[in-house]
Unconditional design. Sequence first.
Length: 86
Amino acid sequence: MSLLQFMVSIVLFTVLGFGIGFILNMILKTTWLPVVIAVGVLVGALVYQKIVPGIWDSLILGCGMIGTVASGWTIHTLRKKGYRMF
């Protein structure tokens, strides 16, 4: 994997995790459920497929999780300030 692919993957997975988590938070009206779902899918895929990610893959997947956690934190902050989503 080249450095350019690595950098693009980090940005892509972070934005993708944030976007999917934010949409799920708005639709399901829960704050941390997308984080639990993301961890479950990630662990399930790694365990059932017997995949051992390398260091670069782990960093990319970790950035996706950071994006998902950031979406939960953002929704939590918006709800605390009085904004309603759906």
